[in-house]
Design a protein around this ligand. Structure first.
Ligand code: SF4
Length: 408
């Protein structure tokens, strides 16, 4: 009987792409991938995240739950939380071993050592672990870069994932070609700080653009200071890169940005948004913001709201500030009470809802191309336009995985 592996993932798209690559290693070696809550699982891989305290807690709860379901299974824990708090995780009952972020590529080999009771010889830390997600039939996440050299004061990721390093272009091209061979039409490029790609991101985009079969690309997120005018000009020249940008702002107040050690001010951010709109029209901007950074005053928060109303993104990804041990922000004065953070999150959420509705309404009645991804509730199928608007229509099996014109 085939052995069973289940992978449980928390956190970012990059983690999901890496989990998918880990699962493929097991499947290629004769395992069946099953849901974490199945019976008779031989190996669990828990790919953790440490972006907030809540993520840490969620990881611990998942590990305990999996051990309860299948007490004899090997439990391998990896990812950012596993890197920063190895001892804390090793102490959880049922955990077989913990592998740090830079050793993620060795998870399969270590699990086999535990299962077979002998070393299999693959134990060296991998420099960078290429990863593609295959979970969806229509869209894959392709990891192009890992790690970060920026050390923003609130962020633990550079400590967990290490310094910035890039997947070689020829590896990316063969992975994109493999993805296209599976009939997938859209690739989302992922990484921790993609714009910091070694040697520049633009040549990578230009090379990937030429891969036959891939009809759409998106960049999961890019730092505003690394989004060059040259890159915008090229994307705007009729490429497969969609009119959808995810850009982390984090604060709309220059004094807070300075305390965060971000590498730009609001003026640069606004000028990038303005330049993209000038070149590409009414594109979808998804913007990350952190609510309640230490010492954020009412005035600083109000100037953030005013800035967001001025630049009018289509959506806000909102994160309440969460203390991360070892970061500079953790040691700063002026940590805000949870009630203040919650209130600011709520204000940002209602602004995001209003901005999204305002953006969406501008497209009602227009012709859009939708890549339908699969069946959803109520006999419908769902997908996204190039500018990332969600569309649902009555289910037609032949249209899944296809780019179909619709009137929005
Ligand atoms: S750019 Fe800043 S927030 Fe983003 S991963 Fe690097 S250190 Fe963290």
């Amino acid at each position: 009987m085939k052995r069973k592996v289940a992978v449980s993932t928390l956190g970012c798209k990059l983690n999901f792409a890496e989990s998918s690559a880990i699962a493929q290693q097991f499947v290629r070696n004769g395992f069946t991938e099953v849901s974490p809550y199945s019976s008779g699982v031989d190996v669990y891989v828990v790919n953790t995240c440490t972006v907030t305290e809540h993520s840490d807690k969620k990881c611990r709860n998942i590990i305990r739950r999996l051990h309860k379901i299948n007490p004899d299974a090997v439990i391998a824990v990896t990812g950012c939380y596993a890197t920063l708090k190895k001892a804390e995780i090793e102490a959880i009952e049922g955990v077989s071993f913990v592998l740090e972020q830079d050793r993620k590529g060795s998870v399969y080999a270590r699990c086999m050592e535990v299962l077979e009771g002998s070393p299999c010889g693959i134990s060296s830390a991998e420099h960078i672990f290429p990863a593609i997600s295959y979970g969806e039939r229509t869209r894959s996440f392709l990891k192009v870069q890992d790690g970060c050299d920026y050390f923003c004061t609130y962020c633990a990721i550079p400590y967990a994932r290490g310094r910035s390093r890039s997947v070689p272009v020829d590896t990316l091209v063969s992975q994109a070609t493999e993805i296209a061979g599976r009939g997938v039409k859209e690739i989302v490029l992922t990484g921790v700080n993609i714009g910091d790609y070694d040697g520049g991101l633009l040549p990578v985009l230009q090379t990937l653009e030429k891969v036959d079969g891939i009809e759409r690309y998106r960049i999961s997120s890019i730092e505003p200071n690394l989004l060059t005018d040259e890159m915008i000009d090229w994307i705007a020249s009729g490429t497969k890169f969609q009119p959808h940008f995810h850009i982390p702002l984090q604060s709309g107040s220059d004094s807070v940005l300075k305390r965060m050690h971000r590498k730009y001010e609001t003026a640069l951010f606004a000028s990038k948004i303005g330049y993209i709109r000038k070149k590409m029209g009414d594109v979808f901007f998804g913007i990350d913001v952190i609510a309640g950074f230490p010492g954020e005053t009412d005035g600083e928060f109000d100037s953030e709201i005013a800035f967001l109303k001025e630049i009018r993104p289509a959506f806000l990804h909102i994160f309440p500030y969460s203390r991360r041990k070892g970061t500079l922000a953790d040691k700063m004065e002026g940590h805000l009470p949870e009630s203040v953070k919650t209130e600011r999150v709520k204000r940002l959420e209602s602004l995001s809802d209003a901005l999204h509705e305002e953006y969406r309404l501008r497209f009602v009645g227009t012709r859009q191309e939708v890549l339908f991804e699969g069946r959803v509730k109520g006999g419908l199928m769902g997908g996204y336009t190039g500018n990332y608007l969600r569309v649902e229509r009555p289910y037609i099996a032949e249209q899944i995985g296809q780019i179909v014109p619709v009137i929005y």
